[in-house]
Design a protein around this ligand. Structure first.
Ligand SMILES: Nc1ncnc2c1ncn2[C@@H]1O[C@H](COP(=O)(O)OS(=O)(=O)O)[C@@H](OP(=O)(O)O)[C@H]1O
Ligand SMILES: Nc1ncnc2c1ncn2[C@@H]1O[C@H](COP(=O)(O)OP(=O)(O)O)[C@@H](O)[C@H]1O
Length: 223
């Protein structure tokens, strides 16, 4: 038993991770898709989610836009229910510190899901190497070194911008959005991702998802 700072005591569970994974017939992992806005993260993650479920695997998908409606909501979404001081303190935007907290929260939740034996798919820009590396540390400390699978969805900025499905690149170019990744905010590409997906070629999202699924299967994640 370890005593964390502030005398918060960790409780070991009576149901082990191994027994949860054995019952599901799979390994719990975090498949962390990172890349520019518009690179294809969400589409590929959804395709992979569908393919894995069709195979009978237990999964969960966490996506940047969706999580920012709840767990990591902006101040404007919190102020009515919680008041301005709470909203300013806990609401998240896109400054570097806010993104650090966004990824810290998601990394902790994703690690819990992997510990439950789920193949946990996460699709977040997560532009800062240090933030992604901290999540890697959280996930692997809770399980195995191989439980964190970083997938770099490497779609050139020009293609992401030409897609611009939400019109955000246009707004960013017009200066209407501050700190926009790739335009007015940095993106630190993974140096050694487990999977380097080249985006913007003629492969479909299903084909890109199948590449990730094959990688997982070859390493015994899918039982
Ligand atoms: N300033 C800025 N920079 C980047 N992205 C922005 C920004 N403002 C809004 N959006 C939309 O928010 C989505 C990114 O949220 P994430 O939680 O994935 O970002 S991060 O991981 O905290 O960097 C991202 O969704 P995706 O396009 O699916 O990546 C954008 O649509
Ligand atoms: N392999 C692909 N080929 C062609 N278009 C794609 C591909 N993957 C994604 N897209 C398209 O690119 C746009 C952005 O995809 P999305 O998954 O929302 O990216 P992200 O989640 O990284 O912002 C969408 O219109 C989507 O349909």
């Amino acid at each position: 038993m370890t005593t964390d700072p502030g005398d918060i005591v960790w409780h070991d569970h009576s149901v082990s991770r191994e027994s949860r994974e054995a019952r599901l017939g799979q390994r719990g992992v975090v498949v962390w898709l990172t890349g520019l806005s518009g690179c294809g993260k969400s589409t590929i993650a959804n395709a992979l989610d569908r393919q894995l479920n069709e195979q009978g695997r237990a999964t969960m998908l966490l996506d940047g836009d969706n999580i920012r409606h709840g767990l990591c909501a902006p101040p404007a979404a919190l102020v009515q229910e919680h008041g301005q001081e709470f909203a300013d303190r806990f609401g998240l935007g896109f400054g570097a510190t806010d993104r650090e907290e966004n990824i810290r929260r998601i990394g902790s939740v994703a690690s819990l899901m992997a510990s439950a034996g789920l193949i946990t798919l996460t699709a977040f820009v997560s532009p800062y190497r240090a933030d992604r590396d901290r999540v890697r540390g959280i996930v692997t400390a809770a399980g195995r070194d191989t439980d964190f699978v970083e997938v770099f969805v490497d779609t050139p900025l020009e293609i992401c911008e030409s897609r611009d499905p939400k019109g955000l690149y246009k707004k960013a170019r017009a200066g209407e959005i501050k700190h926009f990744t790739g335009i007015s905010d940095p993106y630190e590409a993974p140096r050694e991702p487990e999977i380097h997906l080249r985006g913007g070629d003629d492969r479909t999202p299903d084909q890109q998802a199948a590449e990730i699924r094959q990688w997982l299967a070859e390493r015994g994640v899918l039982g």
